[in-house]
Design a protein around this ligand. Structure first.
Ligand code: HAM
Length: 455
């Protein structure tokens, strides 16, 4: 009895329709990246396991597909992991050649990534992820400009896919600012990791569960007020959030620094043409799970909130150094193909002709008793770079074969029929324009010249 197999859960088979969709997404990502001056890079699909342990964060490390190499002659093995994301590879590549690379470094990549996540809507175990990263920037202004440049590029690409500015929203935050809030709320530094992780989930946790967590983790007065107000959508960049008038001078100063920094970023987004592409707003609950982010962090989602984040990114100024390179500030984002394709499909934004292949320039209708003449003509036309199709059916019924020609969306049909082909002075053929239905009978060499001229 035959054994049947299915693809592992969380992976996809790419039949022609799905493959065409994937190529459409990748081609769009690539085109927009190149248009904004980014160069394509790639790395291995697996890396040493330790690369991800340095700074990707516990969540990603718990989702790694990892394996041991075979023993070498001395019985030693090495531990590897399939890449769950591209940023550690990029940091490793930049660190290795940082001094030789022209600045700023503007790179994009389209890696296939693997995460042993529980499969759910928008999340798979294997997916494609567009990464765009920009490294360099000697001044705070240059860095804010880079942050805005990559975020606007991401929004520009969503526009290119047909999503209108009112359909997508960029929500951003700054980890430095968050630390100032923790400080203003008197949360001791030792509790910041727990506070970050709580903030990341705060709007998804019920009021009762929040109370339980406060008690379990020892978050009191100021900390509880901070979390409750953020859960309630209050804006910590507004003075009333902190009862500004009651703050001491040192705290007033800290609050003002945060506001100025936030405004600077927003201003840069506006300079870069934000209104053309989408909306943006600060969101104090965006902190992102990856441990390497050092400042500005953001996510883009659909404004109706029906999907998970389409893209996410931020600034990671310490990672290159951590991988043995020079001090090199960096900012970037990743966008997966799964949520994006779901969204485009649902909104009817995918091109209608995906999966149909390239429309032929010419369709050979062969009603001659033998295949050789048609085979020769196909070879000659393909050598002249025309897209040529034919029917592989044995029927000599020209009407039926012309139906196949029309179904193929070919521009022309070249009809080889015995009545003309064997005429004295022949061979003659018919050349039919399938759009206008205009048909001409002419000597074969003339028909071939006319077709090749249209290539
Ligand atoms: P991330 O938020 O982990 O960031 O992933 C970015 C995007 O990848 C997500 O918004 C989502 O579209 C997609 N994605 C992530 N996991 C899955 C999954 N299991 N299935 C389908 N899609 C998924 C990063 O990976 C950062 N390395 C991005 C970055 C680049 N930051 C700076 N440069």
């Amino acid at each position: 009895m035959a054994t049947t197999f299915q693809a592992p859960p969380g992976t996809r088979d790419f039949y022609p329709d799905q493959m065409a969709l994937r190529r459409y997404v990748e081609d769009t990502w690539r085109r927009v990246s190149l248009r904004h001056g980014f160069l394509e890079v790639d790395g291995p699909t697996f890396e040493f396991l330790d690369l991800y342990k340095v700074k990707s964060g516990d969540e990603i490390v718990s989702q790694l597909f990892h394996f041991e190499s075979r023993e070498d002659k001395s019985g030693n093995t090495e531990a590897f992991a399939l890449r769950p994301e591209f940023t550690p590879t990029l940091a490793r590549m930049v660190a290795a050649k940082a001094h030789a690379l022209p600045r700023p470094i503007k790179w994009f990549s389209l890696p296939r990534c693997y995460r042993a996540e529980r499969q759910q809507k928008g999340r798979l175990k294997e997916f494609f992820q567009w990464n765009v990263d920009m490294l360099g920037g000697d001044t705070p202004e240059a860095r804010a400009q880079f942050d805005a440049e990559v975020a606007i590029l991401c929004l520009d690409c969503l526009r290119e896919f047909g999503l209108s500015p009112d359909e997508v929203k960029l929500r951003w935050n700054d980890r430095h600012n968050v630390e100032t809030w923790f400080d203003l709320a008197d949360i001791p530094e030792a509790k910041w990791p727990a506070a970050y992780s709580l903030l990341d989930r705060i709007r998804k946790i019920s009021p009762d569960d929040r109370k339980r967590i406060y008690t379990e983790q020892g978050f009191e007065g100021g900390a509880q007020r901070l979390f409750e107000q953020i859960a309630d959508n209050s804006n910590p960049l507004a003075p009333e959030f902190w009862k500004y008038d009651q703050l001491d001078d040192a705290k007033k100063q800290k609050f003002q620094t945060v506001v100025v920094k936030a405004m600077t970023f927003h201003t840069y987004l506006r300079f870069a043409g934000l209104e053309r592409y989408g909306q943006a707003e600060p969101d104090p609950s965006i902190v992102r799970g990856l441990a390497y982010y050092t400042g500005f962090v953001w996510e883009i989602s659909d404004t109706r909130g029906e999907h998970r984040a389409i893209a996410g990114g931020g600034r990671y100024d310490k990672l290159i150094e951590m991988f043995g390179g020079p001090t090199l500030p960096a900012t970037g984002f990743g966008m997966g193909d799964v949520v994006l394709a779901n969204l485009l499909q649902e909104r009817g934004l995918l091109p209608k002709d995906l999966g149909r292949g390239t429309a032929p320039d010419v369709f050979i209708v062969n009603a001659l008793p033998r295949p050789e003449p048609a085979l020769k003509l196909i070879g000659e036309l393909r050598a002249a770079k025309l897209v040529v199709a034919t029917s592989y059916k044995t029927t000599k019924n020209i009407g039926k074969l012309l139906q196949d020609a029309a179904a193929s969306s070919a521009r022309h049909a070249l009809i080889l029929a015995p009545a003309e082909w064997y005429k004295p002075g022949g061979p003659l053929v018919k050349l039919k324009n399938l759009a206008t239905r205009e048909e001409r009978e002419l000597p074969l060499p003339e028909a071939m010249t006319a077709l090749k001229a249209r290539a």
